[in-house]
Write a protein that binds this ligand. Structure first.
Ligand code: PXG
Length: 285
């Protein structure tokens, strides 16, 4: 079965899923998106993703021409049409085709499309042995510029940091915010463990309010682990007992080296393993 893309109300073949080169999503990165996983044919935390999509759209003053219920149904229909039990779903809303020039009012109709495919960010082996990361020189977007809470189509900030990671021979980069505190990685949130307490940067550090992050915080609290959302410095990372990243695409992945420094024992720690195991159980349940 060829893959189907949902485009403005129709399920079309992958090669027929086309939008205009005058779409401001293409010309200016003017649009928003979501990345959602399905496990065993079930959409993981769909409502939270739909809500964030609408928040992002509101943040850029883009009116999605559908209700949240309609979007949720379109996502479910796309999943069903592709027959993938474990999949990655990309929902995109662009400002739509307009004229050259920034004015979004020249765009009459947002484009909405939904792709259902597979995603593998990191080699499987790294989920067992841990990932090496660097700190990027590129700082995370200032919250008063493009707020990182918005999942906008302009990911250049993250892409520039990702290039630094790749240049350094690693897969991921830690991004600091304008104050020098740890924000997040290019497509994942960051956690550390110190003395059996879990720490993660607060939303006010200028990060995406990750749904996997939220799930991990809930899992940790449910098992009685203290979780603190606090500003972290690079030094906090270097002296951590454990470190791991969370994201829809990445899921939960241990970090064992940052800027060539081993974290803790230099291998995935017990708290990370426990939380990753429970995350696996909840998603595969
Ligand atoms: N921070 C950023 C900047 C992200 O883009 C996360 C954190 C994690 O959020 P969630 O809600 O997914 O736990 C993200 C999410 C991709 C891809 O194609 C990236 C993300 C999600 C899915 C796919 O690289 N980033």
């Amino acid at each position: 079965m060829g893959s189907k893309v949902w485009l403005n109300g129709d399920l079309v073949g992958r090669d027929d899923a086309k939008i205009s080169v005058f779409d401001h999503g293409v010309l200016y990165g003017d649009g928003v998106f979501e990345g959602i996983r399905s496990y065993g044919g079930k959409l993981f935390r769909l409502d939270a993703h739909v809500r964030r999509l609408y928040d992002s759209a509101r943040g850029i003053r883009l009116a999605i021409p559908m209700t949240p219920q309609e979007i949720a149904k379109a996502i479910a229909d796309t999943l069903a049409a592709n027959g993938l039990a474990d999949s990655y779903i990309r929902v995109v809303v662009t400002r739509g085709a307009g004229t050259l020039g920034l004015d979004p009012n020249r765009c009459t109709h947002p484009n909405v499309f939904i792709i259902c495919d597979k995603i593998a960010l990191y080699p499987q082996e790294l989920y067992e042995n841990g990932l090496e990361v660097i700190t990027a020189a590129t700082m995370r977007n200032h919250p008063n510029a493009v707020n990182p809470r918005l999942k906008s189509l302009n990911y250049l900030n993250n892409i520039l940091a990702k290039i630094e990671a790749i240049d350094a021979g690693t897969f991921e980069a830690v991004m600091l915010n304008h104050l020098g505190y740890v924000a997040e990685c290019t497509g994942d949130n960051l956690f550390i463990v110190r003395d059996a307490t879990l720490f993660t940067p607060p939303i006010s550090a200028g990060i995406l309010e990750g749904i996997t992050r939220d799930e991990i915080i809930a899992i940790a609290r449910a098992e009685g682990t203290e979780v603190r959302e606090e500003n972290l410095t690079r030094h906090d990372l270097y002296v951590a007992d454990e470190c791991f990243l969370t994201g829809t695409a990445a899921e939960v992945i241990p970090v064992v080296r940052i800027d060539k420094r081993p974290i803790g024992e230099g291998k995935p720690g017990p708290v990370t393993k426990r939380l990753a195991e429970e995350f696996r159980r909840r998603t595969r349940a």
